[in-house]
Design a protein. Structure first.
Length: 441
């Protein structure tokens, strides 16, 4: 077995060295060997010497396969948080995740400033229901420090059989001390698209971009159009959407845009440079659109936000998005493993880089967090202005309804009470309709 891996390694070193000699920039067709080529060869030679020393002298016998796999993982770890080597099992997990069903707690994580950080909890999952928030810094998992942990190692600790528990310790802005969250694992079934109707305004929430998201979106738009005779506007909610498949982000954008650039990618090699264009399918909604975003809006969700914003198709409302604007290419390997490698960056139609910048809202509206002891009644009493019709025994107006009905008509949907950003979007769309009528007059 050792001889087989040694032979395989030597062949690999030979191929890599040959590649370096022939194809490094500036030396194609050149017989002279550059200093960079020599350094590459020396480093590969040193790697082989160290591997040989460990095999011969380490206190316990160790398989070459484990050493080489560890070296590969170390190599990818020296790149960026999104580049990684995936074993066959990990690659299978990735394939399952994109189909929208997997086991775990339901959070999307990354390494930010060397700290394991939550990009966003997935709505209606155990982590979301337990109170995990976008931006939470995970410092411990089951009491063990998460310092220096890789995303793969963290995922392995967070995943587990249904109904088993895992404790996550997080640091959060506003919390004096780290807080423990005990979460019961579950099979995560993600319904990527939800929709509602508020009067004559449609509301669509996309939770993630997975296989079939654009089909679900089209069904939601069709359903809203059937139920509303005259649609006054549309809200696309991408808050806490961690992203997903690029092709779905492009197709979702195309549902709302008739023409123009959706997103472009640029990298070091020519093959990583692409430009994705919208096409007129004749199904694009003609109504005014508001996109809701926050710090948990990432990756594919930022692509859609940027595409609609730069094409003048929507107003972006909320807070600055996460800023995950890099492209990962998954390269399958012969043994069932795969290399996920960052190969390019995303750019909006106006050539703005998303990476580490995010999408800036046109209208900034911070989310107001209600404390546990804030009741809706107390808040409405604080802000309600008393008028003639509020006085006991007042003479009723011509169009005034019964006392019971009037009380119900004043009641706002619970969604508005709990979500000031959604309420702001609804109010803006209603104002837009009023301005249009005024302009016609």
């Amino acid at each position: 077995m050792k001889k087989y891996f040694r032979k395989k390694l030597i062949i690999s070193i030979f191929i890599v060295s040959l590649f370096a000699l022939l194809f490094l920039p500036g030396h194609f067709g050149n017989n002279q060997v550059s200093a960079v080529d020599e350094d590459t060869y020396k480093n590969l030679k040193r790697f082989n010497e160290i591997l040989n020393m460990i095999e011969k002298n380490y206190v316990e016998e160790i398989e070459s396969e484990a050493l080489i796999e560890g070296a590969i993982k170390g190599m990818t770890k020296s790149l960026d948080p999104h580049s990684t080597f995936m074993t066959p099992d990990k690659y299978k997990e990735l394939q399952v995740e994109t189909k929208g069903s997997f086991g775990g707690v339901g959070i999307v994580i990354t390494i930010l400033d060397d700290v394991l950080t939550v990009i966003s909890p997935i709505e209606d999952t155990p982590a979301f229901l337990a109170g995990i928030e976008a931006g939470d810094k995970i410092i411990k998992i089951n009491g063990e420090s998460a310092k220096g942990i890789t995303i793969e190692e963290a995922v392995k600790k967070l995943r587990g059989p249904k109904d088993t528990k895992v404790t996550i310790t997080v640091k959060r802005k506003g919390l004096v001390q780290p807080k423990d969250f005990e979460i019961t694992r579950a099979i995560i079934e993600i319904k990527s698209v939800k929709h509602k109707i508020y009067d004559d305004i449609g509301y669509i929430r996309i939770l993630s971009f997975q296989e079939g998201t654009v089909d679900d979106l089209k069904k939601a738009v069709k359903t809203i159009n059937k139920k509303v005779d005259s649609l006054k506007g549309l809200i696309l909610d991408l808050r806490n959407n961690p992203g997903g498949l690029l092709d779905q982000a492009v197709k979702v954008s195309d549902v709302f845009i008739k023409s123009g650039v959706i997103v472009s990618t640029k990298g070091r090699v020519k093959s990583s440079e692409n430009k994705y264009m919208a096409k007129d399918d004749g199904i694009e909604p003609a109504v005014f659109i508001i996109v809701l975003v926050n710090e948990g809006t990432a990756s594919a969700a930022e692509i859609v936000s940027g595409a609609l914003q730069d094409n003048g198709r929507a107003i972006i409302l909320g807070t600055q998005t996460f800023g995950k604007g890099s492209v990962q290419t998954v390269i399958p390997l012969e043994d069932g493993a795969a290399l996920k490698l960052t190969t390019a960056k995303y750019y909006t139609p106006k050539e703005k880089s998303i990476q580490a910048e995010g999408i800036t809202p046109d209208i900034v509206v911070e989310r107001i967090q209600l404390s546990d002891d804030d009741s809706d009644d107390e808040k409405s009493n604080d802000t309600h202005i008393r008028r003639e019709k509020d006085l006991k025994g007042h003479i009723k107006g011509v169009n005034e309804k019964t006392e019971e009905t009037e009380e119900l008509s004043k009641e706002e949907p619970d969604d508005f009470k709990k979500d000031n950003q959604l309420k702001s979007a609804i109010d803006l769309l209603k104002s837009w309709e009023i301005f249009k009528k005024t302009n016609k007059s």
